[in-house]
Design a protein around this ligand. Structure first.
Ligand SMILES: NC(=O)c1ccc[n+]([C@@H]2O[C@H](COP(=O)([O-])OP(=O)(O)OC[C@H]3O[C@@H](n4cnc5c(N)ncnc54)[C@H](O)[C@@H]3O)[C@@H](O)[C@H]2O)c1
Length: 349
């Protein structure tokens, strides 16, 4: 049985907890949170006996095999490094860190400790992604030269720590863009990024006046929260094989909410937005060649696949599908987006 310590008892920790409770090889034996009320509520709900107000106390008191870091972005590096240095394998939620420099340090520590550091790139575990990757890797789409990474929320600034740059590191770029940049790069076979050119906008803010609901919201969100993060970002990311990704991501936008990953190759293309769609030229026609995939997993089921994979890696040494090396590369892209938006120039990586 793999013994897990949860770091953070907030919203995503509950999603992870539900997945661990379905996994027969893992048991969450301890949880810590700096917020005592949230810790108590979480421990009671899931019947976890070992509760702590800090990761230090948890690491010193309970024998664990792995830690699952589900805290604010600003504490990912600190908590991950402490857990690795205590001899634990770590699953760290996305974004891997607050900055590329922190992510590089986390990777270095995991190598020195010879422990797994997996990043919570949950979109890699979508069924549509699995099937698309199978077609891509076997050459059916040819040379993939363009991808679109879109994660637009029209009214989706969560508030709380998410909109406070000191705690989050930024807005939709580091919170939502991270998912779709990683996913499109993963589908292309993880090419090396070479340059980034970006704009960010802060025109609308958190729009508390709107009567529509926000969706993902931390428990401590209030109407008076600081919002000093961007509300829209657009970026062109170029890779060493010439492939280019267009990113669009927002917390606030007068438009439609869209989450889509689109890939365009010399022989075919795919759209992963809800149910996947595949397109190819055939017999001088454009043809929708979408394969039928039974019982597509979505929503929280993706987290079951992610958590099951983490446990499989820890228990059986299976090759990790979302390794820290990719987390570092994505953090370099995110840093470059913010740098390019600030300087107005292309950033060469
Ligand atoms: N994969 C996804 O789709 C997804 C979705 C939501 C959130 N996330 C990520 O999960 C992380 C947490 O987000 P959330 O929505 O659960 O936030 P949350 O505010 O609901 O929960 C975070 C918890 O961490 C606690 N915390 C903060 N610093 C801590 C520390 N140093 N030690 C112990 N506890 C600490 C807070 O008190 C809070 O209870 C973020 O990094 C976020 O980007 C990922």
């Amino acid at each position: 049985m793999i013994k897990i310590g949860l770091v953070g008892a907030g919203n995503i920790a509950q999603v992870h907890m539900n997945s661990y409770s379905k996994n027969k090889e893992a048991e969450v034996v301890a949880v810590c949170d700096i917020n005592p009320e949230r810790l108590k509520k979480f421990a009671e709900k899931y019947n976890i006996k070992n509760t702590f107000n800090s990761i230090d106390e948890m690491l010193a008191s309970v024998k664990l095999d792995a830690a699952d870091v589900c805290v604010w972005n600003c504490s990912h590096a600190e908590c991950t490094i402490k857990a690795l240095n205590s001899g634990l394998h770590v699953l760290c939620e996305k974004p891997m860190a607050y900055s590329a420099r922190e992510a590089e340090e986390m990777l270095e520590v995991s190598k020195n400790a010879n422990k797994l550091l997996m990043v919570g790139f949950v979109m890699r575990f979508e069924d549509g992604s699995r099937v698309a990757k199978d077609f891509i890797d076997k050459g059916y789409f040819g040379d993939i030269y363009y991808t679109k990474a879109t994660y637009l929320r029209p009214h989706g600034n969560p508030g709380g720590w998410f909109s406070n740059k000191k705690l989050s590191g930024g807005g939709p770029v580091i919170d939502l863009g991270v998912h779709v940049i990683d996913h499109t790069r993963f589908l292309m076979g993880n090419p090396k990024p070479v340059s980034v050119y970006a704009s960010t906008f802060n025109k609308l803010g958190n729009r508390h006046n709107l009567k529509t609901s926000v969706g993902w919201k931390p428990e401590d969100a209030t109407d008076d929260d600081i919002s000093d993060v961007e509300d829209l970002a657009v970026a062109l990311i170029k890779y060493d094989n010439g492939a280019t990704t267009l990113l669009e991501t927002s917390y606030s936008l007068n438009g439609e909410g869209i989450t889509a990953k689109e890939i365009f190759g010399s022989k075919g293309g795919a759209s992963l937005a809800g149910d996947p769609k595949f397109y190819m030229e055939m017999n001088d026609y454009m043809v929708d060649v979408t394969p039928s995939i039974a019982n597509l997993k979505d929503g929280c089921d993706l987290f079951d696949s992610e958590i099951n994979h983490f446990i499989d890696c820890v228990a059986n040494g299976t090759k990790c599908m979302a390794p820290a090396e990719d987390g570092v590369t994505i953090m370099k892209i995110l840093d470059a987006i913010y740098e390019s938006a600030t300087t107005g120039h292309e950033v060469i990586l």
